[in-house]
Design a protein around this ligand. Structure first.
Ligand code: ARG
Ligand code: ZN
Ligand code: CA
Length: 239
């Protein structure tokens, strides 16, 4: 039994204007949301439908802010080619990726909220990227993605979780047995039950695409998949 695994977090704010140069309070709000969501102390945990209540997990992962870097840039959108992760390309180099989570906060552009690197990828690009308007739950965060759940979703990917519908058809697996199958992402705020395959979709799972206010659980199976990374030989064992 590993107990609660704490992950130090470096946040790299790269900005081209004041809106993007988010406050320390906004950074701290994202850390707090991560702690609530991964410890099942989120205030909306009680909204999980009875059908799924037994599957809802305290993932026993916590997060501690290790440092904030701030970098001014003339670049107004960064795309998804990892330029923000390299000082040679005007970004900020990763800090201690074996032992810490790096989050770059910069405008990705193209309507993209965030993206993540799965475990096992190159160390130089390890971590997650989130646009400032979808980061944390205060300051410049914009509805309906202003409750910090983009951070929760992206850290889920960083800890090896797939989208709940497996990015495919009904029988496409997300490698988690207690998340019901689906053949598509859900958006907005679906009413329960919403069924796309044989049973109700778990639209309230952090790894679906619903609004921040409409996602509030990980499952026991997702917890097990995440935490296997921390066991000896796991891709994030040093954490
Ligand atoms: N589209 C992004 C991804 O697949 C993030 C989705 C986050 N959803 C949210 N409600 N905040 O990684
Ligand atoms: Zn995703
Ligand atoms: Ca599943």
């Amino acid at each position: 039994n590993l107990g609660v695994v704490n992950i130090p977090v470096y946040v790299h704010v790269i900005y081209s204007n004041n809106q993007e140069n988010i406050s320390d309070a906004q950074v701290n709000s994202q850390i707090q949301v991560l702690n609530e969501d991964f410890r099942k102390t989120n205030s909306d945990a009680g909204q999980v439908p009875t059908q799924f209540a037994g599957a809802a997990a305290d993932s026993e992962v916590s997060f501690t802010l290790a440092g904030i870097t701030r970098t001014a840039s003339t670049r107004t959108s960064w795309g998804t080619n990892n330029a923000m992760k390299s000082s040679a390309n005007g970004g900020v180099d990763v800090v201690d990726p074996a032992n810490a989570l790096n989050i770059w906060v910069c405008n990705i552009g193209g309507g993209i909220l965030g993206y993540a690197q799965f475990p096992g990828g190159p160390a130089a690009t390890d971590g997650v990227v989130i646009s400032p308007q979808y980061f944390g739950n205060t300051g410049t965060a914009v509805a309906p993605f202003n409750e910090g759940r983009t951070g929760t979703h992206e850290v889920g990917h960083y800890l090896n979780l797939r989208h709940i519908w497996g990015d495919g058809r009904c029988r496409q697996d997300d490698f988690v047995s207690d998340t019901p199958s689906s053949d598509r992402a859900n958006y907005g705020c679906p009413t329960y039950p919403t069924s796309n395959c044989r049973s109700a979709d778990m639209t309230m799972n952090y790894m679906d695409y619903t609004n921040d206010a409409c996602m509030y659980m990980f499952t026991n199976g997702q917890k097990a998949r995440m935490r296997s990374l921390f066991t000896p030989g796991g891709a994030r064992a040093a954490l």
